[in-house]
Design a protein around this ligand. Structure first.
Ligand code: ZN
Length: 152
């Protein structure tokens, strides 16, 4: 929409949701690939000469990536960045989030993949000690309390 007209109507540009915003952002594929790579590198047994007890076979990690589909949500929000739905085997990323960036997208995908891994491999869910252990292997968490509120 024309910026001058929006101003006249008292509408901010960011309040206007356009059809084109329903496309995955251009950085999406690289954020997903980077997330899968870091999980494989840090968690897969095959990458350790003497695998620690918590290491997981690469094949099982690939099963996690294949089992959960990545979808998007484009509603304007300042709340959730993403959610992992085990029933639908779906990870939804909120591209409408005011703080969504390539880095945030990458971190959110890692977070949700750890939930998927936890559920498929250990049959557990939620932000328990094991969840934070695997997440911290892959990415540092700046604020655990904030993160568990905004990334489900
Ligand atoms: Zn979470």
């Amino acid at each position: 929409m024309d910026a001058g007209l929006l101003k006249q109507l008292g509408i901010n540009q960011d309040q206007v949701v356009q059809g084109s915003q329903k496309q995955f952002p251009s950085y999406f594929d690289s954020a997903r690939d980077k997330a899968q790579t870091i999980i494989l590198n840090r968690v897969a047994k095959e990458f350790y000469p003497d695998p620690p007890h918590w290491a997981i076979p690469e094949e099982q990690l690939h099963r996690v990536f294949e089992s959960y589909s990545l979808t998007g949500n484009w509603r304007k929000t300042n709340r959730q960045l993403g959610i992992c739905r085990h029933g639908k085997k779906e990870i939804s990323i909120n591209f409408g989030h005011v703080n969504m960036t390539e880095e945030q997208c990458y971190r959110t995908i890692v977070h949700e993949y750890i939930h998927a891994l936890q559920y498929l491999i250990f049959n557990t869910s939620g932000h328990d000690k094991q969840f934070w252990f695997y997440l911290h292997l892959c990415v540092p968490t700046l604020n655990k309390h904030l993160e568990q509120r905004i990334i489900k």
